[in-house]
Write a protein that binds this ligand. Structure first.
Ligand code: P61
Length: 459
């Protein structure tokens, strides 16, 4: 087995976790309507639901919190964040937001008219839903290889440039108010996008006068993959690579809860001054004054420090190594995953583990439930529960290509022995795979239904 970089930190504060017994877990599942989002956190042993807002802040970040300037306008905290924003992202303007989807909401409300299209490699679900909520049509144009779970490619998050050109010709650039790309591609296995692809996407959008916005949640992990995998980047720092990425775009949305390693926060950044003015007005109406954007001053300070820590190469080597370790151990035990490992998560391939459960009965949901039942591990389904939608023209249900369950690793939180426990649990789940059954909805809202849906097992 390869040697993975040990944690570049030591632990000085601990939070106890407990493993409740199997009977209590069964009861908890029933009470939660077989939806992991509805479990009580104290009933979960290893929580891999998300890497969003669940990271451990450093002592530098906690110290920065104490220096938060809570002035309503023009606070020092804002200025410190603005300096880091300038250094890494280099956009002319930005507004802080309370998290990523608030930035998506503002961008969608200002740019999208009903019936218009927004292409991307793959939109994550909040972006998808915010576009739909404005009557827009999110369109995923990732390379076909992204849908082959065992194919090893360095940049499986890339957009298919030919598909993008054809799409623009087909619907017309006038019907595309903005184009996006998600780095790394969370809905498609946390896979990175290459600099070459980013350059081509930017050029294609530019040639058609389409503003280009990057969903930058995991930009630092993406930059690290470029350094490791793309010819010509080995000697560039991850900071330089990030700067190059953002120099290609007209703006970005970001949930700081990911690569800025904070518990809350985000931003919307852009070069267009008119858009900035409109975004500021929208912010004042719904979020707060544009120098704090719905956050406390101290939160801005934690983001400023976290952004620098998140782009550190020593940290990223450990971070990406931890995911690779988990993937390697699962593969050793013939547990099907989407390969290669992503940056922030390993994605289990429930479609291959449970071939006897049809997509309409949610094999991913079944696996997420088994993870909790057998090991009190919490994970989320990234498959038909999250992404099956009726086609807006025909009304027919469209299913995603893959039925995945994501094991997302919170940043700087779990150790290798926690991951070994996850592997042991999955070995047990695999041994009893034939027993697993599908699920059906007993309640489901229209948008982002997985958060609040209830299920029942199909007997
Ligand atoms: C996650 F179950 N991601 O991965 P916000 N873009 C991208 C994201 O990954 C993302 C957002 C925008 C989450 C949290 C989450 O159904 C779910 O700060 C690439 O969460 O608003 C968030 O950022 C939105 C989990 C979101 C979910 C939606 O776990």
């Amino acid at each position: 087995m390869a040697l993975y970089p040990p944690e570049p930190f030591r632990i000085k504060m601990v939070e106890p976790i407990q493993l409740i017994n199997p009977e209590e877990r069964e009861l908890a599942l029933v009470e939660a309507g077989f939806n992991p989002f509805k479990l009580k956190a104290q009933d979960v042993f290893i929580d891999l639901l998300t890497d969003s807002g669940t990271g451990a802040m450093s002592h530098f970040q906690w110290a920065a919190l104490m220096q938060g300037d809570e002035s309503y306008a023009g606070a020092r905290s804002y200025q410190r964040l603005a300096q880091v924003m300038q250094e890494i992202f280099g956009f002319k303007f930005f507004v802080p937001t309370h998290q990523g989807r608030a930035a998506e909401n503002i961008l969608s409300s200002l740019m999208i008219k009903p019936g218009q299209y927004v292409p991307s490699n793959m939109h994550f679900d909040t972006t998808d839903a915010n576009i739909r909520a404005r009557g827009g049509r999110p369109t995923n144009l990732v390379i076909n290889a992204a849908e082959d779970p065992t194919l090893h490619l360095p940049f499986k998050g890339n957009m298919d440039i030919q598909k993008l050109r054809n799409f623009i010709n087909q619907v017309g650039a006038d019907n595309i108010p903005l184009g996006m790309i998600t780095i790394t591609n969370n809905a498609g296995g946390g896979q990175p996008v290459s600099m070459e692809n980013l350059r081509q996407v930017a050029e294609t959008y530019r040639n058609h006068g389409i503003p280009f916005f990057i969903d930058a949640c995991r930009f630092a992990e993406n930059a690290y993959f470029i350094k490791m995998r793309e010819p010509g980047y080995a000697d560039k720092s991850t900071l330089e690579i990030a700067q190059e990425i953002f120099s290609l775009a007209d703006g970005a949305t970001m949930s700081a809860k990911k690569d800025a390693i904070v518990n809350i926060g985000g931003f919307l950044a852009m070069n267009d001054e008119t858009l900035f003015q409109k975004a500021s007005n929208e912010l004042i109406l719904r979020e707060g004054f544009p120098t704090y954007g719905g956050l406390a001053g101290r939160d801005l300070d934690a983001i400023a420090v976290g952004l620098r820590e998140g782009i550190s190469e020593e940290y990223l080597a450990y971070r990406v190594g931890q995911t690779a370790y988990l993937a390697e151990r699962l593969l050793e035990n013939d547990i099907p995953i989407l390969e290669p490992a992503g940056g922030h998560a390993v994605y289990l391939d429930a479609g291959r583990l449970y071939p006897h459960i049809p997509q309409s009965e949610f094999p991913g949901q079944a696996l997420a439930i088994e993870l909790y039942r057998v090991g009190a591990i919490r994970a989320i389904e990234i498959g038909s529960v999250m992404f099956a939608h009726p086609n807006p023209d025909t009304g027919e249900m469209e299913f995603p290509k893959l039925e995945l369950v994501r094991l997302a690793l919170p940043r700087r939180v779990y150790t290798q022995s926690h991951l070994d426990y996850v592997v042991e649990t999955l070995i047990q789940i695999k041994q009893q795979r034939e027993k697993a059954r599908g699920y059906r909805f007993t309640y489901a809202p229209e948008l982002l239904r997985h958060f609040s849906a209830n299920f029942e097992p199909i007997q």
